[in-house]
Design a protein around this ligand. Structure first.
Ligand SMILES: C[S@@+](CC[C@H](N)C(=O)[O-])C[C@H]1O[C@@H](n2cnc3c(N)ncnc32)[C@H](O)[C@@H]1O
Length: 271
């Protein structure tokens, strides 16, 4: 790779590294553990792109623990059939409890800045507000279900909070855990190049984001909205807000009904 030139991207990279160092000095790093039967799925996702950068920068630490390594009974099996004749298999309670205890997590001594989450389609739905709440934790432990899920007794014993990522069912809890972890980690100071991009994100203020465009200015005969070339920051801001309101009304009117809107927004919506 070539050396970065002074200024531009080189300076930006230096600034990002400075922010990362400041965070790791000022704040304790967030630790995220995944209790999973498939640690390679987690390792693959966390060794790329922004998550890797966050880990390399000392902002977050990712660890995995496999309940399969804690199967000490006669058959060394991590799963078994559910009582009552339900279909499928369930992850047994004991290997999960031992994996948690091996991570230093004791059921009756969970500090308030540590959260255990069990990915579960029956839980409350994950959203941006939950991501923000979780980003203030010191440690998050995900219990990733598989087959038909996990024996409920270990979930309750460790007071794990059920979280669903949506009204559909996946084969595994690793993908939901990765989605939640990604949404949380990108909120941590120093992970994104600019804190401003968080403010402009969909859902940060209850609305969806305005559309964006990059070079070339004319692509296959299509141009971009004139105002974005004007250099008039106030006009651009007004345009973005109007687009944001328009898109939200069209695609997610339920969000608009709950969003904070001012007089100017009401004028835009009624024009
Ligand atoms: C096949 S699912 C089990 C579904 C469960 N029997 C039910 O009907 O609620 C296997 C695992 O995938 C994960 N999972 C599937 N869909 C999910 C969702 N929408 N949100 C969070 N986790 C999910 C959970 O960890 C779950 O234990």
């Amino acid at each position: 790779m070539g050396r970065s030139l002074p200024g531009g991207r080189g300076l930006r990279a230096l600034e990002v590294r400075r922010q990362e160092r400041t965070r790791s000095i000022l704040f304790s790093m967030l630790r995220i553990d995944f209790v999973t039967l498939f640690p390679d799925v987690i390792a693959g996702a966390m060794s790329q792109s922004m998550m890797k950068r966050a880990a390399d920068g000392g902002i977050v630490q990712f660890e995995t623990a496999n309940p399969r390594d804690f199967c000490y009974d006669k058959h060394m099996k991590v799963d078994d059939v559910p009582f009552g004749g339900a279909a499928g298999m369930l992850i047994k309670a004991e290997p999960v409890a031992l994996a948690l205890e091996n991570l230093g997590i004791l059921p009756d001594a969970l500090p308030s800045d540590v959260e255990i989450i069990v990915t579960d389609p029956t839980g409350p739905r994950f959203d941006q507000a939950m991501a923000e709440e979780l980003s203030s934790k010191r440690r998050i432990i995900f219990l990733c279900g598989h087959y038909e899920g996990i024996d409920q007794r270990v979930v309750e014993r460790f007071k794990a909070r059920a979280v669903s990522i949506g009204d559909f069912v996946l084969t595994n809890g690793e993908l939901p855990a990765l989605i939640i972890a990604d949404a949380v980690v990108r909120l941590l100071p120093g992970v994104l190049g600019s804190a401003d991009s968080l403010k402009a994100d969909s859902h940060s203020d209850g609305l969806l984001s305005a559309p964006n465009y990059t070079r070339p200015e004319i692509w296959r005969g299509e141009t971009i909205p004139e105002v974005l070339k004007s250099g008039d920051h106030k006009a651009i801001e007004r345009w973005r807000r109007a687009k944001s309101l328009e898109v939200t009304r069209k695609v997610r009117p339920d969000l608009l009904a709950k969003a904070k809107v001012d007089k100017a927004d009401v004028n835009v919506l009624s024009s």
